[in-house]
Design a protein around this ligand. Structure first.
Ligand code: CTP
Length: 410
């Protein structure tokens, strides 16, 4: 899981070092966001070395990566420990003048807070009112415990122990990160086959479905290598913000093949969503072609290699390979065309997409069916491209559970 740990300025910050360590040992990716005050208690280098990730407190660092919202968007879970009276008040008010504040506003992940303060501050009506507000918004609260506090006093206000916070935090996350530990390769977008320095043969793929497949895998815990052919810039920007998604660019079918083969070395799952051109131009002109003196134009094309079929031929045991098929057909004919293609390609799963002039392209929604290696229709999905992506991963998980349960890191 991608876990953000917010640390505010209280002496209990030292206990959060252990919390981060426990998360790392459990295999989670952890990003720590201390407040400026927190750094008076535990320094930046400690957080960086223990979390193995860069740490910053400012919304003005790393602006190009829109870090002030990127961590919140990527998070599967946000823990604030210790949560001081001040930080809880700021959360209740929705203040966003530091990185922790912007992250908390940008996230849709479960948020767990572990309050830590003196008893009087905890019991003060202002704090209690803020806690009620936060609970009302679905924030999970762990503790505080009752016991000795730093001033020699004793009472409610002591931050819960890291093990307890960890347990409560994990319990707050719906479902599992069921692809955690898997290395995944996804190709997306349409290849462009050059004719001359300014023209190409291309297709209408926007890359959105492929990017959603990549993002869904990353959100479910996988490490994703996204090989992007031509993908709309806005669509690709979304993927580039996810820290578990690594993007490689490929222009032509041949470049895409090389990039996918290189990325596939450690892959547990490969999903070829890219719309790969079947043909490339035999002789690409060195200079821009002119129409002068030419009534018509004939281009000699040569077939591109079938990347998917080659991946299946050269696969190592334990690898799951998924294809996408775009077909101009409906009903039974669509299923039969899909089955024939699945057999030709030899893939474990084939997502079959009905396409037409007004179907399948440049739309936020998609509709497809998924065939397994026995040619059964295991799912029919209609919905947003994100829903479709998740249904596809459900099918992948089912195949992996069935064929090699020992390899699946649930
Ligand atoms: N594909 C590939 N290499 C190619 C062509 C396609 O890897 N040269 C992959 C696509 O990424 C997709 C699947 O194969 O996952 C099916 O693509 P599609 O274009 O539907 O099939 P084709 O192989 O082109 O078959 P046909 O021309 O018979 O429709």
């Amino acid at each position: 899981m991608f876990v953000v740990v917010g640390v505010s300025g209280g002496v209990a910050a030292y206990k959060s070092v252990h919390l981060v360590r426990l998360l790392i040992l459990a295999g989670h990716e952890v990003h720590v966001i201390p407040t400026q005050d927190a750094l008076r208690f535990v320094g930046l280098s400690t957080w960086e070395s223990i979390s193995r990730n860069p740490v910053t407190t400012s919304v003005h660092d790393d602006v190009a990566q829109v870090r002030h919202v990127a961590l919140g968007r990527a998070a599967d879970l946000v823990i604030v420990a210790p949560a001081t009276a001040n930080t809880l008040a700021r959360m209740a008010a929705g203040l966003a003048d530091n990185l922790l504040g912007t992250t908390l506003l940008a996230t849709s992940a479960p948020v767990v807070v572990a309050p830590a303060m003196h008893t009087e501050m905890w019991l003060h009506p202002a704090t209690q009112h803020n806690m009620a507000t936060l609970r009302g918004r679905g924030v999970h609260v762990v503790g505080p415990g009752d016991g000795p506090l730093t001033g020699g006093d004793s009472g409610p206000g002591r931050m819960s122990e890291p093990e307890e916070i960890l347990e409560a935090a994990l319990a707050a996350v719906p479902g599992d990160a069921d692809l955690a530990g898997l290395q995944v390769v996804v190709s997306a977008g349409g290849t462009r086959e050059p004719i001359d320095p300014v023209r190409f043969l291309g297709n209408r793929s926007s890359g959105r479905q492929g990017v959603e497949v990549a993002l869904a895998a990353a959100r479910r815990g996988a490490r994703v290598s996204l090989v992007a052919a031509h993908v709309d810039a806005q669509v690709l920007a979304e993927a580039s913000r996810h820290p578990r998604v690594q993007i490689t660019h490929a222009g032509t079918a041949m470049e895409l093949r090389d990039a996918v083969v290189a990325a596939a070395v450690d892959a547990d799952v490969i999903v070829m969503v890219a719309a790969v051109a079947d043909y490339r131009v035999l002789k690409i002109a060195d200079d821009k072609m002119s129409k002068q003196g030419q009534e018509g134009l004939t281009l000699d094309l040569i077939q591109n290699p079938d990347i998917l079929a080659a991946l299946v031929r050269e696969r190592r045991p334990g690898r799951t390979i998924v294809g996408f098929a775009a077909e101009s057909a409906t009903g039974d004919e669509l299923i039969e065309k899909g089955r024939a293609k699945r057999r030709r390609k030899g893939v474990d799963l084939l997502a079959v997409n009905e396409i037409g002039w007004d179907k399948g392209f440049e739309t936020p929604d998609n509709e497809l069916l998924i065939l397994n290696a026995s040619d059964d229709v295991v799912a029919r999905v209609q919905g947003s491209k994100r829903d479709v992506a998740n249904a596809l991963w459900d099918a992948v998980v089912a195949v992996r559970d069935h064929t090699h349960p020992e390899k699946h890191s649930l």
